[in-house]
Design a protein around this ligand. Structure first.
Ligand SMILES: C[S@@+](CC[C@H](N)C(=O)[O-])C[C@H]1O[C@@H](n2cnc3c(N)ncnc32)[C@H](O)[C@@H]1O
Length: 203
């Protein structure tokens, strides 16, 4: 099943105790590595139902929510409407295809997205181009040893080697300003994920 079809299929029931918990872990970790953001614009790339970006909405001047799945974007739009947010916009685009985005941002964050992307060089290069000078790309994903587990393979997860990703980011032109591991509550995650990594890369 293609990513877009898979996430269209998952969208309506995507928000669960596990995904809400993981999005809290991700947004807390992102907030910790962010500098002064009051006047900054952000993109939540691969936003899903917006769980992470909506946690961070008060930290930025505005957030642009981007996802390849129309049904995920419909979920974000409904939350934006319900909360009457005026600093949130959405765009449905698959950056792995040749679709382009015209908007730029000071910060782009992506939580649990990169392991779904086959051509990481292509997508991360596009994200580099979308960042303003001095902008930051923040990536949160599953530590490599985690994604080798059978349950995760079953959930369509691929492996990301953090060191290979750091090399890729550096080759594209980023400098790495932060990298660490985050332990997650295995009970809440039903032993499916033990730890995540966070990388902050500056243009
Ligand atoms: C596991 S979900 C994570 C959602 C959200 N970031 C979170 O942490 O709750 C991955 C999301 O990435 C999106 N995605 C995957 N590949 C993409 C691409 N090439 N361009 C845009 N979005 C993509 C999927 O549609 C899906 O909504």
């Amino acid at each position: 099943m293609k990513n877009e079809q898979l996430f269209d299929h998952l969208a309506e029931n995507y928000d669960s105790a596990e995904t809400r918990y993981l999005s809290k872990v991700a947004s807390t970790a992102i907030r910790k590595v962010l500098g002064e953001t009051e006047k900054q614009t952000a993109m939540d790339f691969g936003c899903g139902t917006g769980l992470v970006g909506l946690e961070l909405i008060d930290s930025f001047r505005s957030i642009h929510f981007i996802d390849a799945s129309h049904k995920m974007i419909a979920q974000v739009e409904s939350k934006i409407k319900d909360r009457r947010l005026t600093n949130a916009t959405t765009h449905c685009v698959d950056l792995e295809l040749d679709n382009q985005l015209s908007s730029h941002a000071d910060v782009i964050f992506m939580s649990l997205v990169l392991h779904h992307i086959s051509d990481r060089q292509k997508v991360v290069t596009k994200l580099f181009d979308l960042l303003n000078a001095g902008g930051e790309l923040i990536i949160i994903d599953i530590n490599k040893e985690e994604s080798d587990k059978a349950e995760l393979k079953h959930r369509h997860h691929n492996t990301i080697d953090k060191n290979e990703l750091i090399d890729l980011l550096t080759d594209i032109g980023f400098s790495i300003s932060e990298t660490s591991s985050i332990l997650v509550d295995e009970e809440i995650m039903k032993k499916s994920i033990k730890s995540l990594f966070i990388i902050k890369a500056t243009k």
